[in-house]
Each structure stands twice: as structure tokens, then as C-alpha cells.
Design a protein around this ligand. Sequence first.
Ligand SMILES: [Zn+2]
Length: 613
Amino acid sequence: MRTRTTVWQLPPCIAVAVLAFPSALGAQVTYDVSFPNAAHHEAVIMLTLSGLPPEPIQVLMSRASPGRYALHEFAKNVYGLTAVDGAGRPLTVRRTAPSAWEVGAHDGTVRVTYTLYGDMGDGTYAQIDPSHAHLNMPATFLWVRGHEQEAIRVRFQPPAGSGWKVATQLVPGGDPHTFTAPDLQYFMDSPTELSNYTERAWVVRTAGRADTLRMAVHHQGSEGDVDGFVDAARRIVHQAAAVFGELPPFDHGTYTFIADYLPWMSGDGMEHRNSTILTSRRNLGESAPALLGTVAHEFFHAWNVERMRPRALEPFDFERANMSGELWFAEGFTSYYGRLLMIRAGLIDLPAYARGLADGVSHVVNAPGRRLGGPVDMSRQAPLVDAATSVDPTNEANTFVSYYTWGAVLGLALDLTLRSRFELSLDGFMRLLWQRHGVPEIPYTLENLEALLSEYTADRSFAADFFDRFVRGRDVPELEPLLARAGLDLRREDPGEAFLGSVLLAYDDAGATLVSAPEIGSALYAAGLDRGDVILRLDGGPLRSDEDWRRVLSRRRPGDVLEIVFTQRGFQRTAALTVAANPRLAIVPIEALGRDVSPAARAFREDWLGARP
Ligand SMILES: [Zn+2]
């Protein structure tokens, strides 16, 4: 289907008038948010409920956030919590759990006031400072058990003279700083940025609908930087819509990109139903290609995970972690498409695209964690690894393989197999999934995905084999012949290069400390070295710099044996290291190797990677 787009800029006042959504001003749940101490990262939030029966109420802070898979104790940044009734009389407040408070008998109205501290600007937490209030809702707002279905109204009061505007997927509610949400799930899925951001908007028409795409960019660059960024984002949107034949039917006809590219942010990207949060400490002008990769990934999520959703993620639980064995698809296939949209949109070239594929394939093929489980097992570990910083170290490098990377490699393998063997494509499969599970939204299971692949290919044994070996199992599909169809050569990057292991080293006068643990199968692991050990001498010389390390590797060949002297937990040890060959894989367009690309390979490439009209 052809997509016609037009672009114009909407000043914020018009944007509000144009987007006149139905509001829910009769809501019983209201939040009032102010920032009297923004320099010290505090917001003051008042939650008001009225029309209540007289029983005590239970007030909770979330422990999970939509799009994040691990638990976060957001209550740690909530303090000074007090409550009054409708007449302003103080009510008893009892903390019943680390993230729960009980407010005692009242007159039908309860006002809970608390201070929120936030200084983490990303897709999960909150950051309040004189430049903005960047609020992820579960990290910001208390909620009341039993009132999850009620409409919510939120009123923001920006600091005097700040001129802050509000970028959000929440529904505009009467004035520029008041918004509503139909229920708690939607409210919590609606991160909000208050700042003096730069705004652009454009309209995309697909499937007889007109959707408004908005871009709010809070940054320190120029208007021209934003124009270039928006132009690239429009191309990504176009290529993504071409995969499914239409944009998702956005609620209220609007999708909002909320981007913060500032030195005090942390790098992140987080998908939501009708918006995404994009954050980086990098500068828009210099880092646009890297930042656009996140735009493509998060926008593809508007279909894959926001509307075509694993059943295991429904309904989202704000108190416990949802566990899903389908994240290799929900995240991994989204990662595959993020890069694919970039090359189809002309934002990266073939060599760069091939290098990105090689990074993923190389990582998965060589990952020692693969011996412990397949993509489904790895997906189920998301609550333990997804931004789940712990105090005690883990052995993740040897026990875990990212479902993002592994899933992206599976996406590549399935796409190339569908194209080579069936004259079908992953685009076609995604479109079928969209018809069955996207409109209307019917959450899917692993079994649904397999049945759909069987239906799409009309080959039940192929689908069963793919899922048994590569999804539930731990095998990696044979990619070399598949890539060859597109004139891409999968090869060892440099099989003659000496390799001892991939570790982070910190150098000082004594030697080199292993900051990370060596991976199973490496020479360093086999020689007994581990994290925290200090290498005193390597191959007869000191090891005090990266240059020393590279010098040893460059003069040695795979199969050589060299001596390593190191200290480990108070003991000095000497061991023999057997040099291995660099296991890294490369994917190279064959023309770069001086070979001709056949017409068939050219056509295969164009069909796979070429821009959609
Ligand atoms: Zn994602």
C-alpha cells in the first residue's frame, strides 16, 4: 500500500486545539504536580480521591514499569507522605510494606501529599531539575488499590517563569497543563516531559486514516539538527508502515516521539502505546545515526509488543515482574527490524548493515551461555537482567545470551529462509501476525507463533523444526548459505589473529587487573584467571598498557603457548596460555572481496533491503 505524507509545523497552542480529545473531567482520581525545589530534584505531588466509601485506603508505589522487565523499588524516592480529609483534617498513615501505605478513616475525600526525588533521566525513572521534569509515571505517581479502572486527571504546575510545555500521549484536558487518562494502565504507560522542547508534527495517511506524528526534542543543538532528525524519522515511519501496510490505529490519532539529548541524561529508549521516550547524553548533531537506530527500534514496537503482545505480559503487573518466554520475538525481532528499517530508509549503507549483522551473529555463535538454554529460556530471565543492577556480581557473560541479539539473529535467519526457500518474507509473516493478533489486539503465545508460521509457509514440519531447534532449542541456524543468496560472505574475521579472551583490563604500575570475567572457552579462563586477578607478566614482559597487550597478540599465532604470571586472592601463580584463533565473524558484501554480484543476488538484496515505495 502506498503511503502519502505531508509535513508541517504546528505551534504548541494549535497542536492542543487540533488534538481536541474527549476528556474525563469528572474523574475521581486527580494528581496535582508542582516543582518548588527543582534545583534539588524534588517534585511535590498531591493525589486526591473523592466520593470514597469511609474505609481505609491502600496507597501503593509501583515496583515495575511497562517496557522494563525487572523490578525497581520506586518507593525509595518517595518521602514526606502525609494525608488529610476533605476538610483538611490530618489522617493516620501507616506504612504496611516498603511500597505500600494505609490511610485511615476519612470523610469520603482523601488527599495524599508526598515529595518525589528524581535525578535519572531515561525511560524508567524520573528526573527533575531546572531544565525539565522528565517523568516516567510508575517512578513518579502513587496509586490506590481498587481504583485502577477509574479515569485520571493530572494537572502540572511548571515552575514560575519556566515556560515549560508538556509532551505526552496523555489526553489534553482543557488547558495546556491538564491531561487525562481513561484508566491507570494507560496513565502509567504515558511518560511525560515538561520543558522548553522543540516541536515538529506531520501527518501520515494510511488505510484511510490520518495520523499525526509529533516529535518533541529537548536538546542544546540547532533547529536545523531537529529538521534533519525529523526528516530521517519520517523515512523510518514510512518504511515501518510499509511492512504492515498501515500505521497502527493510534489512540486519539496521535503518536509522540519524546527525545531528550542532553549531557545529564542516560542512554535509553522505551516504547509505549502512542509514544516513545528516547534519551541520550549524546548530541543530536554529531550522533544522529546512532540515535536514529533507537527511533527505528522503538517505533517498530508500536506494532510489535504494544499491540501484538505476548499473553505473558498481559495485564501489566505494577507490583510483580511479568515473565515472558516470547521476548526473543517481541524484542529480538524488533531489533532485527530496527536495523532493517535503517537500511531501507537509506540511513545506513550495505557495509554498515552487514557489520551490524556480523556483530550479532558473532556474539550469538560464540556465546558460552548458549550451552545453558535457548531463546525462550533467555527471554524468561529478563526480570533478572534487564536493567536489574545488583550488588553481588553475576556470571552473566557465561550463562546468558541477550534475547535482543539472539532474537535478531533468528529474525535474520527466518527472513532469509522464507525468501530463499518459500519465496515469502518476514514482512509477510509480520503482516499476517498483525491481522491475527494486532487488529483486534489478541495477545499471542509461543504456540500461536508456531502455528502461524506453519500456516504462512503451508509447511508444518518446517515450522515445528524451526521452533524446536532454534527457539525452544539452542541451535543457531546455518547462515552462511542464506547470506550467500544476497551476495554476502560470512567468514572468520581474522583466523590468523591471536586471541586470549574478551576481557576488560584496568592497567596500573603493578600490571593489568581483570575488570570482567573471562568467558568459558578462552585461554584466560582455561588458565584459571578470573575477575579481580592481576596479570603481572605476560609472555615474558610486563603488562602495563593496552599497547603491551596488543604487542603480545601481534607477535603470537594461534597454537603458540606463552607464560602468564598473575596474583589471585593473595596467591601468585604462573600458568601456560595456549593461544587461540580470533573467533569473531565478519559479514562482507562480496564485491568488497573482488567478486561479482550476480543478477540474482542483486535482485535478492533489493527485495530484502531496498526502500519500499
Ligand atoms: Zn525494545
